[in-house]
Design a protein around this ligand. Structure first.
Ligand code: 2IT
Length: 449
């Protein structure tokens, strides 16, 4: 059968099997759309049914999470862990605690994670988990009771050599602390079964900054490859969370000027650009006070807060989506293009819709997919695991040196893989091809398991 007919039939069956899992289909479709030349030149991947196998999680755990709020009311959430692929190492990936979490979202995130972790070149399989529990508006003690209840079930299924969760949306060092505490209590075992721990009890320095710093380093590499740099470039960012804030910090350190940022309430446009004072204010607002960008222009009156508005209409050289999936659609992409934007570097997972990607590519903007440019977070999680195994702590400088080296090698591997299969300069194709081949070859080596 012709390769295109095979992939079309494969996708049709995938959709038929779980018709409601729309974001999962989107993630698979994006990967498969770039694999035709790989499948043509390596018929073993078709014969071994790698597409059929790699899209089916090895195991999915779904469980009840009952917990009590501060008033004594009982709530029930649903917990998940999708253990997607362990061909390259133990399952590794974050936990998302947000009202929108369901099996579809976690399959999409887990599938992306398999390729991303492969790209880091570290020995990490892929997985993802979470719950439809919203940490926003909950007290510390409510979050603690939820996390303990969550782990009362999940501890059976995770572990240092099996599955190592970390954070994602709604799950930071506080939640990792509560989950780790309960895991240790139940297993009587102090091991690095989680990453994103606080540095005074096993966490790696620079893990909080790692995803954002990695995004900025990846952008720097893309520009360097074109003989350019970030110096003096105007940038806009979307999500004012962990990834967004640290992307902003490193972009600024590398000489760029960040003028736009967004959160749940709206966006800010600050022509002055983020400097040290503004960055310190934002870190306190977001990480300490868990406040809203609504307050920003009261402190910095030259800036504008735009209620309910995204950042994408703000003129810029480079755009960095760092919030969540499908946050940048075709119309947003068109706004960026019309305003002279030269590139989009993804910090969140699958932020651009298929239509946005089509427009960005057609207008020949630089474009890097999240699975390549946001891999710095999980890469430093991998380094946290290494430090835990060695029972040592590395300095910030040591970790940052590794992070930079890993981001550079991801950049190089994407370019080489894309060029090898006739799509030079296409980071999306390169990331998919490099990520896929490494996992596929390991799966073939390990037989039908
Ligand atoms: O999307 C991601 O790569 C993460 N949420 C981080 C995963 C990890 O294991 O550090």
């Amino acid at each position: 059968m012709d390769t295109n007919a095979y992939t079309a039939q494969f996708l049709e069956k995938l959709i038929q099997k779980d018709p409601a899992q729309r974001v999962f289909h989107q993630a698979v479709q994006e990967v498969v759309s770039t694999l035709t030349p790989v499948l043509q030149q390596n018929p073993k991947y078709i014969k071994e049914r790698i597409l059929e196998r790699i899209t089916e999680p090895e195991r999915t755990i779904i469980f009840r999470v009952p917990w009590q709020d501060d008033k004594g009311e009982i709530h029930v959430n649903r917990g998940f862990r999708v253990q997607y692929n362990s061909a390259l190492g133990p399952y590794k990936g974050g936990m998302r605690f947000h009202a929108t979490v369901n099996q579809d979202v976690l399959k999409f995130l887990g599938f992306e994670q398999v390729f991303k972790n492969s790209l880091t070149t570290l020995p990490l399989g892929g997985g993802k988990g979470g719950s439809d529990f919203d940490t926003r508006g909950k007290t510390d003690s409510e979050v603690m009771r939820f996390c303990h209840s969550f782990i009362n079930e999940l501890y059976h299924h995770i572990g240092y050599h099996t599955d190592i969760p970390a954070g994602d949306l709604g799950c930071g060092a506080r939640e990792i602390g509560y989950m780790f505490g309960q895991y240790k209590k139940l297993t009587n075992d102090f091991t690095g079964a989680f990453t994103g721990k606080k540095p005074n009890w096993g966490g790696s320095l620079l893990r909080p900054e790692a995803t954002g710093y990695g995004v900025a380093y990846f952008a720097q590499e893309m520009l360097r490859h074109k003989g350019d740099s970030l110096e003096g470039k105007t940038c806009i960012i979307s999500g004012a969370g962990n990834v967004g804030i640290y992307t902003m910090e490193k972009l600024t350190q590398l000489g760029a000027k960040v003028v736009g940022l967004m959160d749940y309430d709206g966006s800010i446009y600050d022509e002055h650009g983020i400097d040290e004072e503004r960055l310190a204010y934002l870190k306190d607002l977001v990480f300490v006070r868990r406040g809203s960008l609504k307050e920003y222009d009261k402190k910095f009156p030259g800036a504008h807060f735009r209620p309910g508005k995204k950042t994408w209409d703000i003129p810029c050289d480079y755009a960095f989506p760092t919030a969540c999936e499908n946050e940048l659609d075709g119309q947003d992409a068109q706004l960026l293009i019309n305003n002279g934007c030269k590139g989009v570097c993804e910090g969140s997972n699958m932020p651009c819709t298929p239509e946005a990607i089509e427009r960005i590519k057609a207008a020949k903007l630089l474009y890097s997919p999240g699975k390549a440019s946001n891999a710095g977070g999980v890469a430093v999680s991998g380094l946290e695991m290494t430090q835990n195994s060695m029972r040592v702590y590395w300095t910030r400088e040591e970790v940052e040196k590794y992070l930079q080296r890993i981001m550079n090698s991801i950049h190089q591997n994407c370019l080489e893989a894309a060029a090898m299969y006739g799509m030079p300069g296409d980071y999306m194709a390169g990331a998919n091809i490099f990520g896929f081949k490494k996992v596929a070859d390991a799966m073939i080596d390990q037989g039908l398991v």
